[in-house]
Design a protein around this ligand. Structure first.
Ligand SMILES: [Zn+2]
Length: 151
């Protein structure tokens, strides 16, 4: 399973990779050498706009483009398994499905009533459910994945 280390300037790209269930850590702000070291240690591909870094192996140099285009290029280049919405977009931790009785006390009553399935991120202590943004995200994910398959 390919993992990534995403440049701080590419926050949207990191977020969308995570929505797709792909392991995408933010790169800390540090010297290029240090970044390369982290990437090697954790076996991550660096995604960056930094041309200097782009000269190294296992670095994906991003050209201009929307986050969608960038993601499509990444999917075309690397073999990655997609598991939409299995990962927390905020902190990159895999979310776990949790039984509804366990969230009852933790979330607003109205949300609890309207939903049946809930997820929990242990990384940032956050509960998730299929809110109104869910459909929008899934639609965009479908667009990204379909285009990527065709191309
Ligand atoms: Zn989280």
């Amino acid at each position: 399973m390919t993992k990534f280390l995403v440049d701080r300037m590419l926050g949207q790209t990191a977020k969308w990779l995570r929505f797709l269930g792909i392991d995408a850590e933010y790169a800390p702000e540090c010297e290029d050498e240090k970044l390369l070291e982290i990437a090697k240690e954790e076996q991550r591909i660096i995604i960056t706009r930094d041309k200097e870094l782009g000269r190294y192996d296992d670095v994906f140099l991003v050209e201009k483009g929307t986050p969608e285009n960038i993601i499509k290029n990444i999917l075309d280049t690397y073999h990655v398994e997609i598991e939409p919405l299995s990962r927390c977009a905020k902190c990159n931790t895999s979310v776990e499905s949790i039984p509804e009785e366990e969230v009852k006390e933790e979330i607003p009553e109205g949300i609890y009533q309207r939903n049946e399935k809930f997820w929990y991120c242990s990384g940032c202590d956050q509960y998730y459910w299929r809110g109104s943004h869910w459909d929008k995200i899934m639609k965009k994910i479908e667009d990204i994945v379909e285009d990527s398959d065709e191309g």
